[in-house]
Write a protein that binds this ligand. Sequence first.
Ligand SMILES: Cc1ncc(COP(=O)(O)O)c(C=O)c1O
Length: 616
Amino acid sequence: MTATTGVTSQQEALALFDSEYAQAIARLRGLSREDLGRPVFGEGAGWRIRDLIAHWAMWQRLAANAAEKIAAGTPWPAEGSNLRQFNGVAASLDELNAERQREFDARPLDECFAELESAHRALMAGLAKLPERDLLAPDGPEGIRKRQHDQDDRAMTTVVTQEIPLVDLKAQYATIRDEVRAAIDEVLESMQLTIGPNVRAFDQEFASYIGTKHSIGVGSGTDALQLAIRACGVSPGDEVITVSHTFFATVEAILYASARPILVDVDERSMLMDPAAVANAITARTKAIIPVHLYGRTVDLKPLRQIAQDRNIAVIEDAAQAHGALLDDGTKAGAGGRVGCFSFYCSKNLGAYGEAGSITTNDDRLADELRALREHGQSTRYYHPVVGYNARLDEIQAAILRIKLRRLERWNDRRRALARMYNERLAGSGIVTPEIPADARRHVFYTYTVRVPGGRRDALRKYLGDRGIGTQIHYPVPIHLQQSAEFLGYRQGDFPVTERVAEEVLSLPMFAELTDEQLERVAGETTTRRSRSPRASARPIRARSSSSATPERCGVTARPARASGDFSCAPSAARSATASASASASSCSTRTPSRSATPCSSATRPTSRGATTDAA
Ligand SMILES: Cc1ncc(COP(=O)(O)O)c(C=O)c1O
């Protein structure tokens, strides 16, 4: 459990405590049988993971008793006391634990969890009886928890599971479960399943959060890019400038419009679009520039806007990874270009429980067009002045996103705090840590991505993986070296910074619920390995086969697009639909190929945990 900070009411303190408990239980319940038999590292050494359940049930009973006694007026004894003494229990903690563990060993796991649950409820009831000032004061029960933690107990905060995933969606879900379930239930009771009250409300709330006049909810981030590119008037043969160091969808969306992606290199320090490279790439056919706010850090838009203005070039922000990050002019990502495109893929800072995306803009005409495009181009029901897409956002996802949006700022703050901690712990290790911008609000750390120079990245990744620490490479093969992009004619060596970055980047676990203790362990293992690892040889990175090169998404390997001689959208279904569409739809394309229905639940290490999710 993490320390309780910044709570201002008893209700808030109890809710936080309860949600921390729920998170830890969700993690325990997500483990397989084999995991439960594995040893616990650090404090609690000699225990197996299943012993934590017994220990915790025992601790909750002691704490509940103590809380009741304090509420009844028994004064907390002098420094140095502990819960056992306060409760009048003579046995040592080890004896109590051993006894409880023996009992629990003989019983089915569900019964053990039920006992833990009832012990926890007793503690919550005990805490609720305390006077507010005692609960919030440093020497109140929070102090009890602290003392218990420091002196009496083998830390409850011992990383409850040995595995630390790259992203742990279950941990977040545990904090909002009741609200989410109620919201889903409400949608199902209403049976209004696509664009309805939740989509309309979310569109308003998200626009107001980003600071734009409009937000148009769509089916995914790829839909957002595809519709935005189309609405900005990009036509077959037009050029659209973007980076080679991005997730594949940025470029896919350009190809869906039958336009030509012009790729540019990134800046060495920020790993983001290099404005000088953009200036060099402009031609008379340039119709749009797509800066990608990769990893959650925003690209400087001022120089790009300068390049774009007077040439009627649209700046389309790919803000799929930057929900809430500030731009160089102090507005939010998504409010700085003609349109902003967001993904609410499940692992994102603001993630749906399925697929979702949004387009933000201040342009009324564009907003109307986008609203029509997301629903088959219809103006009113069954009247289709243009050929559009099925790119609707559904009501369940919108309802979930509304709940999460209210917490986004807090979650982003926590991500920034974790990034600062990582940077401190990894300083001097030879690992290049991500720069924290002068205005820290310009980065929301969708991923915490370091660089491991000297050809040692893959060995470090394996080392961490063997110790149950999830990592990912964002991204291993630059777009210009992807097999499906060969027809664009780029070669190895065209973008030296991008290629170097692809060989060195490694994303470490990052999600708002990551505990300080988990971070310490990741940083500790990372620095230990760095000081011992031998130098590995560098390897060429052009991707010839999709098997090792395509990024994993929620356990689904992205389907590689077919190489094509022209710039039309590669998937054949999309192409034939394009061909059959009305001739009046000049730049018509179709919705992106549908994704597999595989749930967002595959682990980076596809072993035991069901809650781990690869960031896209
Ligand atoms: C930079 C970037 N662009 C576009 C997308 C596409 O978004 P989605 O996966 O929601 O289609 C992603 C998503 O994951 C992304 O990271």
